[in-house]
Design a protein around this ligand. Sequence first.
Ligand SMILES: *[C@@H]1O[C@H](CO)[C@@H](O)[C@H](O)[C@H]1NC(C)=O
Ligand SMILES: *[C@@H]1O[C@H](CO)[C@@H](O)[C@H](O)[C@H]1NC(C)=O
Length: 327
Amino acid sequence: MTTFPLLQLPLLAMENVLCMLSPFELIDVSLTSSRAKKVIKNFSRTKETFPVSFSNGQHSILFQQGRTTWSYGFEKISHIAYIHPFNTIMMLYQTTQIMKFSEEPLKDIMKWFDYAREVLNCKINSVTLDLGCCTNENMQTIDWIAEQSNTLDYLTILNDGQDSDDDLKYLMERINVLKSLQLMVQHYKDEFRMEIPGKPNRLLIGNSKFVDYDQLLRLKSPVIILRKSILTNEEINRFLRSWMSCETHLELKAFEINISGPEAMNEIMDLPHEKTNDPEIVWAFKEYLMVGYVDNEMYTIKRCDGKKRATVTVWYRTQWSLYMVVH
Ligand SMILES: *[C@@H]1O[C@H](CO)[C@@H](O)[C@H](O)[C@H]1NC(C)=O
Ligand SMILES: *[C@@H]1O[C@H](CO)[C@@H](O)[C@H](O)[C@H]1NC(C)=O
């Protein structure tokens, strides 16, 4: 094998070579000597940082640059297929994946990324966190993320198993989400209550049984999606009235909440409204709330300052829900 004197190249030539290397290759080069590590760190500092996703369930870190992704992970099973970079192309995304065997996959991926972020000058901006682990492990993971930064752009929280209420509260206290918070935890204790801090652009709560009417009034996100809600028709009617009177949710763009069925609209829409069939509004439902098709009545309501209108309809996805877009 011939060696390539990368570090002896003139700066410009060296940078041209480094620009062609993947994050994994940059890490490999940085590991060859302390001088190489300095060079890579210096090079990364001048480059735009790329989005990084972390999943504790898969013990993996994913770097993304346009349509190219690099994923590094650890698994506890010993017959792992790709210790060497493994390439796939799917849906126009090119992915390079490295998966290694580890007795302690979570600990190892954290250690690996601690080094990677030091040399590549990058930070995690998207996390999928499964709280189905034991409390001890959840806490360690939350602390590890929060020590890097107390804000994330995207956070999805999962747990299909037993409640992890205290861990969830701890997470919400330590991390603020800016763009999208998806709380997909299925079970809470009966008396569970929790505030959602900050104002993620999009807030989806998969089981919103802890969100009562007063808390809904406190939610500031422009897009709010409440599944498995406990709100009654009368409360949903009050929520719409409060929006119409400019009392709350001045920044609201879209809202979704489950209801019993189309007949619930008689009670919910017991307020001043007009019916519409404007195709642009149909489009807005698709864009904000991914409503597949609008085949029920659309009702338009007005805000008292005359600046905004909103249109409401019902649709069946996995349960009947009311959908509202502001325009
Ligand atoms: C760091 O990068 C800058 C700009 O690319 C360069 O001028 C400088 O010589 C580099 N320093 C080291 C230690 O490589
Ligand atoms: C919303 O869903 C939850 C859970 O499935 C259910 O208990 C509740 O009654 C539904 N809300 C309405 C208004 O039907």
